[in-house]
Each structure stands twice: as structure tokens, then as C-alpha cells.
Design a protein around this ligand. Structure first.
Ligand SMILES: [Zn+2]
Length: 205
């Protein structure tokens, strides 16, 4: 029998958290989701064939065993391997007692700016890893430009130096797109592109 795909990174994969009313509130790791499931604070929401079903932790483990016995797993699944059992990493959980809706607004930080701009320099349009990207004030600080969603963009080091403390017009450099405050957590937007997390689409507008 083939071994199911398993990965030590499974515990660090992401899980979309829904409140009691199936509204997406945040993203956590599989590790943290297992604590919540184990305590009975949450249930697994499992999407399949365009519909979804919910499982408490015991029935999720049971389903995992069954899928393993039947050799039924896809490449995009992650598995947590324990001494004597396998558990499929959940992709979505629902908090049973949590009513609140997500906080308004997206945190303004380096990681979210990089994700919003897809790690793409907003001047030359090329993609870079985080350590080769910097943050650029579109309207320079010396001209009163602020550190806000609509004035900060990703820029590669070369473009950042070239632009210096000039406006894009003065530097003859054009922005790929006007920077805006993202409507939802850029982490979610980013993950929706991956097959692993496409089930999130059901709950994220
Ligand atoms: Zn660049």
C-alpha cells in the first residue's frame, strides 16, 4: 500500500477560522487548530465536491482513518503522522462559541504590504524574495508622504535607490498599479491561489 503524503510542515500549514455563523475571521496554523479541536472549541469544516460537512474531532479522526484505509487522498492534502494514527490536516475550522465578526481593516505591516503587492517591485514589476525588497514611500517623506496603505509600495533595492527621494513622476518611473488598502487579509487572498486552500473560497467573498 502506498504511504499517504505526509509532511513535517503539515502542522505549520494554514487553517481558515470561521465564527459560529460561518464568517471567516482569521488564519491560524494547523497546530493551533488541533488544540482548539481537541478542547472541543471548534469543529472541522470539510469541503468536498462543491459542498461541505462538519466534524467534531473524534469523527474527523475517524474519517481520516477511513480515508487512509481506502487510500483516498490527494496531493494537496497534508497529514499529521502520529505513532499509531494519521490525521488529515484540516483546512477550515469553525469556532462553536464565537460570534464576533472580523475586526475591520487589515493590519498595516511589512508582511501584508509584501503580500498585497505579491512580492513584486511596483516600479519594475519583477518579483523578489522578501529580503530583496524594500518599502518605498511613493510621495517621499520629505514631501509629507505618510506611511499609509495608499503611499507605501514594495520596491526592489535597485528601483528604490534609483527613485531616491523623488516622486515617481520626477523620477520618470511608473507604478504598476495605484496602492490601496486591501479589502481583506492579503494572506487569505494570497492563499486562495493555491490548490491546497481553494476550499476557502466557499467562505471568503
Ligand atoms: Zn524594481
Amino acid at each position: 500500500m502506498d504511504e499517504p503524503p505526509s509532511s513535517s510542515s503539515a502542522l505549520n500549514a494554514n487553517v481558515l477560522v470561521l465564527n459560529r455563523h460561518y464568517c471567516a475571521v482569521q488564519v491560524i496554523t494547523v497546530r493551533r487548530s488541533l488544540c482548539l479541536l481537541c478542547k472541543g472549541d471548534a469543529e472541522v469544516v470539510h469541503c468536498e465536491n462543491g459542498t461541505y460537512a462538519t466534524y467534531d474531532f473524534a469523527s474527523w479522526i475517524e474519517l481520516s482513518q477511513l480515508r487512509r484505509e481506502l487510500n483516498e487522498y490527494s496531493e494537496s492534502d497534508d497529514w499529521i503522522v502520529s505513532v499509531n494514527f494519521y490525521v488529515q490536516a484540516p483546512r477550515i475550522i469553525r469556532l462553536l462559541e464565537f460570534d464576533r465578526v472580523p475586526e475591520d481593516g487589515v493590519k498595516f505591516n511589512r508582511r501584508n504590504i509584501f503580500l498585497r503587492d505579491e512580492h513584486r517591485c511596483q516600479y519594475c514589476g519583477r518579483q523578489f524574495s522578501s529580503r530583496h525588497l524594500s518599502l518605498d514611500h511613493v510621495v517621499p517623506r520629505s514631501r509629507g508622504g505618510r506611511a499609509t496603505w495608499d503611499n507605501i509600495v514594495c520596491a526592489c533595492l535597485k528601483c528604490n535607490v534609483r527613485k531616491g527621494s523623488r516622486t515617481p513622476q520626477e523620477a520618470g518611473m511608473r507604478l504598476q498599479r495605484p496602492p490601496r488598502r486591501p479589502r481583506r487579509n492579503p494572506m487569505i487572498t494570497h492563499k486562495l491561489n493555491s490548490r491546497k486552500y481553494e476550499c476557502w473560497r466557499t467562505f471568503v467573498r
